[in-house]
Design a protein around this ligand. Structure first.
Ligand code: AMP
Length: 226
């Protein structure tokens, strides 16, 4: 059941975009929101990594972009998202983590008839991102993310699901630098795009994940009074 506190006077299902640089904590916040509001998180990065692991044609063609810290071509991710959003579990709302990343991707969402209700940008300085990425670990089975210092897995070098924790190849410092540059040039303009539509809320990423979560949930709950 949707959360009454969140819905307030606004009964539309949550159709949320999480913006923010790679490593800002979108995935971590998405999993909290997903659990609280019982809506799926759709991460294009996770979908692409899955395609690479399965060695599908899409995965094979996307790998060179990911490895270089560049964006996969718009049409590839747009088709992927269109297919995913048409699945029944998205009917009562969803969280987009890592999509859109360009203005044409945002426009494509509108052309699909998707009406976004909330956009939250999690802001973290680049130097902090660089530090965070060095300690980031990802579960090779379920894709859950951890940090060796700030968010260690309770199961040590494994995920609670049993999967081994691994370092993402694109978390290499040189690749991170290029992902950050791509974020600033291609994705950051989306803040203005959604601010003009009155949808943007900014949350400052905090040192403690729980504090960022509190700010993110407050930003989402304030939607009812808009
Ligand atoms: P993420 O897990 O969101 O950091 O995404 C990892 C990588 O997947 C990115 O660096 C891009 O190469 C690719 N990717 C994910 N989402 C998108 C998107 N919306 N548009 C283009 N490329 C994407």
């Amino acid at each position: 059941m949707p959360d009454k506190e969140r819905l307030g006077c606004d009964m539309r299902p949550i159709q949320l975009i999480l913006l923010g640089a790679p490593g800002a904590g979108k995935g971590t916040q998405a999993s909290v929101i997903s659990e609280k509001y019982h809506i799926p998180t759709i991460s294009t990065g996770a979908l692409i990594r899955e395609a690479i692991a399965r060695q599908t044609p899409l995965g094979m063609s996307a790998k060179k972009y990911i490895d270089a810290g560049a964006l996969v071509p718009d049409q590839v991710v747009i088709d992927m998202i269109q297919d995913r959003l048409s699945q029944p579990d998205c009917a009562d709302g969803f969280i987009l983590d890592g999509f859109p990343r360009t203005v044409p991707q945002a426009q494509a969402l509108e052309e699909m008839g998707v009406s976004i209700t909330d956009v939250i940008s999690i802001e973290v300085p680049d130097e902090e991102i660089q530090k965070r990425m060095e300690g980031r670990r990802i579960c090779s089975v379920c894709g859950a993310t951890f940090h060796v210092e700030h968010n260690p897995s309770p199961a040590g070098d494994r995920c609670p699901c049993g999967g081994m924790l691994t370092v993402r190849s694109d978390d290499d410092p040189a690749v991170v630098a290029s992902r950050l540059a791509t974020y600033h040039s291609m994705t950051e303009p989306l803040k203005e795009y959604y601010a003009k539509k009155g949808l943007l809320k900014i949350v400052q990423g905090q040192k403690q994940i729980a504090d960022t979560t509190a700010h993110t949930l407050a930003a989402l709950a304030s939607r009812g009074g808009r």
